[in-house]
Design a protein around this ligand. Structure first.
Ligand SMILES: *[C@@H]1O[C@H](CO)[C@@H](O)[C@H](O)[C@H]1NC(C)=O
Ligand SMILES: *[C@@H]1O[C@H](CO)[C@@H](O)[C@H](O)[C@H]1NC(C)=O
Ligand SMILES: *[C@@H]1O[C@H](CO)[C@@H](O)[C@H](O)[C@H]1NC(C)=O
Ligand SMILES: *[C@@H]1O[C@H](CO)[C@@H](O)[C@H](O)[C@H]1NC(C)=O
Length: 961
């Protein structure tokens, strides 16, 4: 885990994340003493052992040692020498199977087996040949997949067989997320057991000791189809401890006999063990203490690794020597006991090849140093996690000892720290092209593991072949965990971890309709979204081609347009998707024709204008990122790259602090988010001050139309983020806001203009709020606080009526953003005419004030967005973190796909466009660039849609070809 806030606070309650102040010195002193003690004990033990060896010449002085214990020690030698098995063995049942779990017949499914058709060569398979969805039934018994073939007759199956009719829906193996910290922190992030922070090198701790099987996330993560995860200790330590592969079935409701940690083991035999290591910024920041002990630099970290591994190597060779001698002379004749030390045991097992090491490493120096360590100490690293720079150095990875490690990636979560500032959303595609396996992970709770398939979906959209993207969350991680012969595929003899989906798993908004673990159904009354008949995605191989942008003047022709957003009521939305004849012709950045456009196309062709042939082209208005950090923060964890937090007293204007030209803005722009409205913020939408509306593609503030509104709205924070900076409670924050608004109502002075200092004062903006000319934007998640806001709005409105009897039905334009629990007060919000911008679209219980959020099907009936739509609330979508702004189109796509017909495609686009302006009382046709278009290949609301052109204000057009 790994992220932090602009001001150094964790973005969630993450014990690994940097502390805002330097770590307390007591911790460092304690650590140093302990470190010394480890060393001293090791040296003494070693000296004693050597002395004994020399004195006795391996022969046991009579009567001093226990023969029983020596014999037991000798038996331990076999365990030390054990090599975990790689090959599969035939099983007649799954050891996790609970007797009484009935056989299961899933009929009429469309199956992704995870393997290409029989006979496909490895080379063809890599190239994407031989992969397909196949119609079949699946029979499951004793926790294993038994048969996969069409038309299995129920009569030939055991009489107690349960039948699940899939009605042609899509079926895959359970999703495997090989980087999760699920179960290690409490609901709402209240308490955290992710990292043992007593010292930097803790190979001897185990994640399992902190996993709480009853954390609600175990259920909602599984509701995303995730059946198995590698539960890793955090990345605060260079060596963080042992990790465990667990399945998400807990207790009797999930078909288990007990609620326990042990019952979660994916492999009850624990054939393989796993260890988490981490390099780079986190450990040196958390543990190093200048002048006292390291690591305070990468140099120091490399020493920590090498020193720990050196001790483990000595330990292993002493044990091996003992065992060899014991084999010769007999254990009972040994002069000493076998050395066994829990502090060194797990690292020893790493060097013995019994442990699969997974290491958090981002940068080239980290990756390369770690590869050196593997060669120096001869152990294998199975995957580099986070790994943002791996795509730049495939040859370095290939130098790792024992085999090339995989890269466990996010699709596009990047730029949040210096280590993630060099990153590419095409990393997966490029690694794959170099024969390095990409897998996609959540780092839950950094991303909610429930939606880890969305990472694979985006990877596909960014050029990773479809089959490799699906493999990246199923068979590839399974193989890396040493469980490739048991999970990650639909294959006879494999564990019966199965997901039936409501749509293609890589489609926007895909949700399971049922999940089975070891043959047991996991949801008793799963909610199923009503969706069109599922059709698998037809992989678009052209996505593998990386496009380059160029700025074009004059005419540009796009053919194959199948959808254009109706900007006016005259426009037509329904175009014939089956013809390439609909064209869009732009001249000097303006759309001059949409339709057959024969003469315009002819003119353009004869002028040798570029003609871009699209498949399923879409024309949409630009997207708008509302109240994000865009333009105010570049690298989230680096305050130098931010405008900075709002002052605790008074109000500032974002327009005075806008930062143009960074990667975040460039990515937003390249994904069709050409406009943003940002307010001074501490973190994401938790803003305080006056927001500005600006263009993400602008070079600087003074460029024409760079800022199209200096003052969009007045923002305040009423999430848990309000409980700081002198306001210790939500009630105090509400009271303060109410007081300020009532002062504004009852102060009859005229509004000072912008030629006076007072024109920029908080009280002036508040007067504009109560006068109805400036929206009041409140960041809030809790339904209770939203209810208080609704009451506050009525209080202020009646105060206005009283103060100005002439005003009829004054309306305070309150907009709320965040709104994880808004479904609980949807009708009240509608009655109060409060628009809602949901952020995030798919909340989970990331903080206590989001506890009652809906995580969606199959676990919850409905979503916040749908409840708000049903109640008639005006809704939009925003995000929490800067990098997510590029995904606004896909998020709108998820809302659209899961709206069960509540939204048309046009209305889906409005969630990240027109609705934001409506909520703010802005006439978007007056925003400069209102005739701007984004040209997409594919739908922006679907996986694999991508921007091909943006028509500009400058008379030019950016075209990606
Ligand atoms: C499978 O389900 C689909 C969708 O309900 C249906 O059209 C088809 O006839 C079914 N096929 C079989 C073999 O039952
Ligand atoms: C403002 O209110 C004060 C006291 O209520 C009153 O004396 C004054 O005339 C008012 N001024 C205006 C401009 O209405
Ligand atoms: C709001 O204040 C402005 C500036 O003082 C004034 O021109 C406008 O009439 C006021 N609007 C309302 C609705 O009171
Ligand atoms: C789900 O909620 C809807 C209202 O949004 C309700 O009509 C329906 O009955 C609920 N379904 C179940 C199974 O509870």
């Amino acid at each position: 885990m790994d992220k932090r806030l602009s001001n150094g606070l964790p973005t969630y309650r993450d014990a690994t994340a940097p502390s805002p102040t330097p770590p307390p010195t007591w911790r460092n002193r304690k650590r140093r003493r302990r470190g010394f003690r480890i060393l001293a004990t090791t040296c003494l033990a070693f000296l004693a052992y050597c002395a004994a060896q020399i004195a006795s010449n391996t022969l046991r002085p009579i009567g001093t040692l226990s023969i029983d214990r020596l014999r037991q020690d000798h038996a331990v030698c076999a365990v030390l020498r054990k090599k975990p098995t790689e090959a599969s063995t035939t099983r007649d049942h799954n050891k996790r199977w609970v007797k009484g779990t009935k056989p299961l017949l899933i009929r009429n499914a469309t199956i992704w087996t995870g393997e290409p058709a029989a006979g496909t060569s490895a080379e063809d398979a890599r190239a994407g040949k031989g992969w397909s969805w196949v119609s079949s039934d699946v029979f499951v018994d004793k926790g294993l997949i038994v048969h996969i073939r069409p038309s299995i007759s129920l009569a030939s199956m055991p009489s107690d067989t349960n039948v699940f009719e899939a009605y042609g829906r899509l079926l895959t193996a359970g999703i495997v997320d090989m980087h999760s910290h699920a179960g290690l922190s409490s609901e709402g992030g209240l308490q955290d057991d992710t990292n043992e922070m007593s010292t930097d090198v803790t190979p001897y701790v185990r994640s399992i000791d902190g996993v709480d099987p009853l954390q609600p996330e175990m259920e909602y993560i599984k509701s995303g189809g995730v059946t198995t995860s590698l539960f890793l200790p955090g990345s605060g330590n260079n060596i963080g401890g042992e990790a465990y592969v667990l399945k998400f079935a807990v207790g009797s409701k999930n078909g288990r006999e007990e609620i326990s940690q042990q019952d979660l083991y994916a492999d009850p035999d624990r054939n393989w063990r796993y260890m988490k290591m981490a390099c780079g910024e986190n450990p040196k920041r958390i543990y190093g203490k200048v002048g006292e002990h390291g690591p305070v630099s990468r140099l120091g970290e490399a020493w920590e690794f090498r020193h720990a591994l050196e001790q483990a190597r000595k330990y292993v060779s002493e044990q091996d020597d003992w065992c060899t001698t014991a084999d010769t002379v007999g254990g009972e004749n040994m002069a000493t006991y076998l050395k066994q030390d829990l502090r060194l045991e797990s690292l020893g097992a790493v060097l013995r090849g019994q442990v699969r090491v997974n290491t958090h490493c981002y940068t080239i120096p980290d990756l390369e140093a770690f590869v050196r360590h593997t060669n120096e100490f001869k152990f294998r690293v199975y995957a580099f996690h986070h790994a943002h720079q791996t795509f730049l150095v495939p040859e370095v990875l290939k130098r790792a000892w024992g085999g090339t490690p995989a890269a466990a990636l996010f699709a596009d979560n990047m730029y949040y720290k210096v280590e993630a500032y060099t990153a590419s959303e095409r990393a997966g595609a490029q690694l794959y092209a170099h024969n390095i396996t990409p897998t996609y992970v959540s780092d839950n709770p950094v991303l909610n593991s429930q939606h880890v398939v969305f990472e694979a979906a985006k990877a596909y959209g960014n050029g990773l072949p479809y089959h490799a993207a699906l493999a990246g969350v199923t068979s590839a991680p399974a193989k890396l965990l040493g469980l490739g012969d048991r999970i990650g595929k639909i294959k006879a003899g494999f564990d019966a971890d199965i997901v039936v989906w409501d749509s293609d798993p890589l489609a926007a908004g895909a949700a399971p309709v049922q999940v089975w673990i070891d043959g047991a159904p996991q949801f008793e009354n799963p909610y199923e979204l009503s969706k069109p008949e599922p059709v698998p995605i037809t992989p678009v191989t052209a996505l593998a081609n990386e496009l380059k942008v160029s700025s074009v003047s004059g005419s540009v022709v796009f053919t194959g347009i199948s959808y254009a957003y109706p900007k006016t009521s005259k426009d037509t939305t329904s175009m014939d998707r089956n013809t390439d004849s609909t064209s869009a012709v732009f001249e000097n950045g303006r759309l001059i024709c949409l339709g057959v456009c024969a003469s315009e196309v002819e003119v353009a062709r004869s002028a040798k204008a570029p003609v871009v042939q699209l498949k399923n082209g879409h024309l949409t208005p630009p997207f708008t990122a509302f109240s994000t950090t865009l333009g105010l923060s570049e690298i989230d964890s680096e305050p130098d790259t931010h405008d900075g937090p709002p002052p605790s007293d008074g109000i500032t204007r974002a327009t005075d602090g806008l930062l143009f030209g960074g990667k975040q803005l460039a990515q937003a722009y390249a994904h069709g988010v050409t406009r943003a409205i940002s307010a001074p913020n501490d973190y994401g939408f938790e803003a305080k001050g006056v927001s500005a509306g600006f263009r993400t593609g602008a070079k600087h503030l003074l460029e024409e139309n760079a800022v199209w509104a200096d003052e969009v709205g007045l923002h305040y924070v009423l999430t848990l983020g309000a409980k700081k900076e002198g306001t210790a409670s939500i009630s105090a924050a509400i009271a303060a806001l109410r007081g300020k608004l009532l002062d504004a109502v009852n102060n009859n002075a005229t509004i000072p203009d912008l030629s006076t200092k007072d024109g920029y004062a908080e009280k002036t903006y508040l007067k504009r709020v109560v006068n109805g000319t400036l929206p009041l934007i409140l960041a809030v998640h809790s339904a209770d606080t939203i209810a208080s806001i609704i009451r506050l709005k009525y209080t202020i409105e009646s105060a206005i009526s009283k103060a100005e009897p002439s005003s009829i039905n004054p309306i305070l334009n309150v907009v709320i953003i965040g709104a994880a629990e808004a479904h609980l007060v949807a009708t009240e919000l509608a009655a109060a005419k409060i628009p809602v911008i949901v952020a995030p679209l798919q909340p989970h219980q990331g903080s206590w004030d989001q506890k009652r959020c809906l995580t969606g099907a199959p676990l919850t009936n409905g979503t916040t967005l749908n409840s708000l739509l049903d109640a008639g609330v005006l809704v939009g979508i925003s995000v929490e973190e800067t990098w997510e702004t590029r995904d606004l189109g896909l998020l709108a796509g998820i809302a659209y796909a899961n709206s069960e017909g509540r939204l048309t495609l046009d209305q889906g686009l409005d969630l990240v466009g027109r609705n934001v302006y409506k909520a703010l009382n802005i006439d978007d046709s007056n925003v400069p660039g209102s005739d701007e278009w984004i040209v997409w290949e594919g739908s922006p609301l679907e996986t694999g849609g991508r921007v091909r052109a943006i028509s500009g204000l400058s008379g030019r057009m950016d075209v990606w070809q």
